[in-house]
Design a protein around this ligand. Structure first.
Ligand code: 13P
Length: 253
């Protein structure tokens, strides 16, 4: 197998987080209309809140735009009030799931070991995981960003991922929703380090998974970020809520 045949298309995924009521479906329809009218170089996904997932998947049926969840439980069913099993996401139309986002690691105390168990649950249900990693500002300023993220990759990725379709999203916490982005040099350094870790864990197949960047990706910085070495797409928060902005980012890929 050649290296180029290992390279999947880039992925541009919108993470709506806890945003969006029924009228937000119109934004998603506008994104799908734009993507389908002018096929994108990248695969495109929208990950809405769970309450919208089924309706959004139905609204985008027939479109190339995929849908995804923002989390799943490690178990397939049972007494877990408020939680959502991976198979339920699939049932609601999802093809992907974001796991280990820093907001879940921080707000819900998710550890890398828990994230790894969630990845296994997602794979078992047939979902493609987007596994998030990223350091805090304190860790960046202490000079330990590479070390922290390497440990997160090592501990959040189960062996079951070998040969499976998945992506990593590097999202420095201090760049999320702040309007601050990492420098291109910082992004390239971190993505190279993540790639090396993937190869050390999975061998040749560790060259394949796209490594997305996330953290204040906007129409005016997307092209530069997406051109950077080892950047295989973007995980977009705020700018994915407006179809025009998200389409501009997709067009830059
Ligand atoms: P922003 O694009 O709003 O900074 O969010 C990034 C993010 O956390 C995506 O998962």
């Amino acid at each position: 197998m050649t290296l180029s045949s290992l390279k999947p298309r880039p992925l541009i995924a919108g993470n709506w987080k806890m945003n969006g009521l029924a009228q937000a479906l119109d934004e998603a329809r506008a994104v799908a209309g734009g993507v389908d009218a002018r096929p994108a170089a990248a695969r495109v996904a929208i990950c809405p809140p769970a309450t919208l997932l089924h309706r959004l998947s139905q609204a985008l049926e027939g479109s190339s735009v995929l849908t995804g969840g923002q989390d799943c439980h490690v178990r397939t069913s049972g007494a877990h009030t408020g939680d959502i099993a991976a198979a339920m996401l699939v049932d609601a139309g999802a093809a992907l799931v974001i796991l280990g986002h820093s907001e879940r690691r921080e707000d819900h105390g998710e550890t890398s070991a828990l994230v790894a168990a969630k990845v296994e649950a997602a794979l078992a249900a047939g979902l493609e995981p987007i596994i998030c990693v990223g350091e805090s500002l304190a860790r960046r300023e202490a000079g330990s960003a590479l070390q922290v993220v390497t440990a997160q990759v090592r501990e959040s990725l189960p062996a079951a991922l070998a040969g499976q379709a998945f992506s990593i999203a590097y999202e420095p916490i201090w760049a999320i929703g702040t309007g601050r982005t990492a420098t291109i040099a910082d992004i390239e350094e971190m993505h190279a380090s993540i790639r090396a870790q993937l190869i050390s864990m999975f061998g040749e197949s560790g060259k394949a998974p796209p490594i997305l960047y996330g953290g204040s990706v906007k129409p005016d910085n997307a092209a530069e970020i997406l051109r950077a070495a080892e950047v295989g797409g973007a995980l977009v928060g705020g700018a994915s809520l407006k179809a025009a902005d998200f389409l501009a980012i997709i067009a830059a890929a």
